[in-house]
Design a protein around this ligand. Sequence first.
Ligand code: ADP
Length: 624
Amino acid sequence: MSGCSRRQFLTGSALAALGGTLALAGCAPMSHEEAAAKKREAAAGNDKNADGEVTAIGTGMGKHGEFTVEVSAKDGAIDRITVLDSRETPGMGDVAMEKMTQAIIDNQTLAVDTISGATLTSMPFLTAVGSALDAMGESADDWKNREPAAWVSDVELPEEADVVVIGAGGAGFAAAITAANEGKSVVLMDKMGVFGGDTALSGGEMAVPGNWIQVTQGIEDSPENLVSDMLVGGDNKGDPELVAIIANGALDSANWLTYEGGVSWKHDLMQFGGHNIKRSIIPITHSGSEMTTKLTNRVNGMDDIVLIDNTKAVELVTDDAGAVTGVKVENPVTGDTSEVKCKAVVLATGGFGSNVDMRVKYNPEMDDKILSTDSVAAQGDGIVMAEKIGADTIDMEYIQTYPVCDPETGALLYVGDVRLENHGILVNREGDRFVQELDRRDVISNGIKNQTDGVAFLLFDQAAADETGLLKQHADEYENSEARGVIVKGDTLEDVAKPQGVDAAELQKTVEKWNQYCADGKDPDFGYSAEMNVIGDGPYYLMACKPAVHYTMGGLHITPEAEVLTVEGTPIAGLYAAGEVAGHKMGTNRLGSCSMTDIYTFGRIAGINAAGGDAEAKIPSLDI
Ligand code: ADP
C-alpha cells in the first residue's frame, strides 16, 4: 500500500468521535533542520494551544537511525501523530508507522501489535510515542496496559478472482500488473504487514545488456554476453534456456519498470563480480524499495487488482484432475481463514534464506551460525505448498552467502559497495589481502570463512567515499555501523587498524604493495579484474564484514513459460512460479544484479501466462 494511500485515510469510529485531524506518519517527512526547529519549539514548553491540544516530541532508534515523532493530545486522547524526520525504508518503515498511528488513534492504546516485516521500526515507534506521552504528563506505562489492538486492513479479500498472485515482492508485482493488463481480475496478497519482500531490502541493481547508459558510454554488450556470464558464474549448472529468457528480456523489463512502474534510475552503472562488463543499472535511491513503492502506487491505481497484506497463503487447492483452483489463506493477525477461488495461481513467495531448518535440510553447512540478509518472510512457503501438490524442486543445495555483511546483524553492508565501484581492498586480521575483491560472491565468502575468526575488513580512503558518494547515500547505515565499531574511521592506517584488531604494520605494507600494483596496472597476487584505484591519503575507513545467507538458487522446477513442473516433469495446470521461489536459473552461484532481471522478466511471463495470454510472443527468448 502506498505511503498515503486512499485506504489509509478511512476514519475509524474512535477517530470520528475525536473529530481531530489525523496527520498520518511518513506522508511528508520534514528535513532534519525543520525537525530540529520543531524540537526546540516543543522544548520551550508543552503548553496547550487555543483548542486545548497538548503537543510533545518523542524519539526512537529505528532500523535506519533515530527518528522523531510529534504527538498531540486533547483531554487525554491522542488525536495526531506526525513523523517529523525518519530514514526508515520507504514502503516499509513509513507504512508501518502509518498503520500503527491509525491503530493507536483509533483505539487510544499503546498496546498495539507491531507490523510484521517492519518490527525494527514498529517497536521504536511505540517507544517514541510513549516518550512523547510521558513528556506531556501522560503515563506511557498506563497506555501500554490498556486494551490491546492491532492494525487490520479494511481491504476485503474477494471470494474469487481470475488470478491469485502470492507474494508482493518484485516478481509478484510484475505478475499481478501484467495479468491485470491482460484484462483479468487479480488478487495480490502478502503475508506480512508491509509489501516489498527482499526486493525492497535489496540495492535494486539490475543487469541489463544494451541499456541506455551503456549506449551513451559506448559500452558494447548483448544478451548473449550476459547469458555467458550467468552460466559461467553459476558453474554451468543453470538452465541455459531459462537464462536466455532472462538475458533477452532484461532491457524490456527495465523499460517496463520505467514506463509501467514509474521507476527512476541513476545515471551511472555498476559492475558486479563475474560480469565481464559494466551493465547494471541502479534505481535512483539505490534501493529496491524505489521499485516496490512505485509498483505499489501503480497497483493501487489499478481497479482490477486487490492488493492485500496480512494474508498468508497456506495451501493450494486443486480439483480432481490436479489443476490449481484456489488458495487457502490465513490472516496472521486475526487468525481468520478463508479461500479464494481462481483460474490460476502465481507463486512469487521468494526464497528460504531465513528458514534455517530448510537450509540445513538441503545444505548442512548453512546452519544457524550463519546470519542472513533476508527478510523474516523468506521461509520457502511457496516451495512447501507446491511440493504438497506434487511439484518438483531443483538445485536446493545451492545457497548463496553475500560476503560483505554486518558481523553482528547479518545485514548487507551497502557502504561496502565501494568495492563494486572499484575501490578498496579486502584484508584479514593479519593485514593481508587474501582474495580478488571483485571475484564471485561464493569465492570471496569462502575466502573470508577461511581467515582468522572468519572475518574480513574492507579498507578504503576518503577519495573512494567522496567519489562513490556511498557514505552519504547510506548515511544511516554508516552512522549505525560506526557507532557500533563495525566501521572505523581514522586519519592514519594505524588509527583504523588498532580498534579493529588488525595488524597495522602489515596493513601499511599491504597498502604500499597495492599502490605499486595500481601504478603497474597489474595485480600479480590475485588478478584484480577492473580499473585499479590507489589507497591514497586519509582519512581511512576499515569495515569488518562476514558472509551471510543472501539468496537461495534452488526452488521450484519451472518451464520457460513459468509453469511449475511435477516430479514426473509435466506442468501443473494453473500453477506458475516466478522470482526466487523458482530454481535452476543461477546454477551454483547467482551473479550480483541478476535477480532483478530475473524477477521482473519471469514475473511478467508468469503474469501473462496465468492470465491466458501469450508470453512467448511478448517476451521472446534468444536462439541459443
Ligand atoms: P522475489 O524477489 O522473488 O520477488 P521477494 O522476497 O521480494 O521475492 O518477495 C516475496 C514476498 O512473498 C514477500 O513479500 C513475502 O512476505 C511474501 N510471502 C512469502 N510467503 C508467503 C505466503 N505464504 N503468503 C503470502 N505471501 C508470502
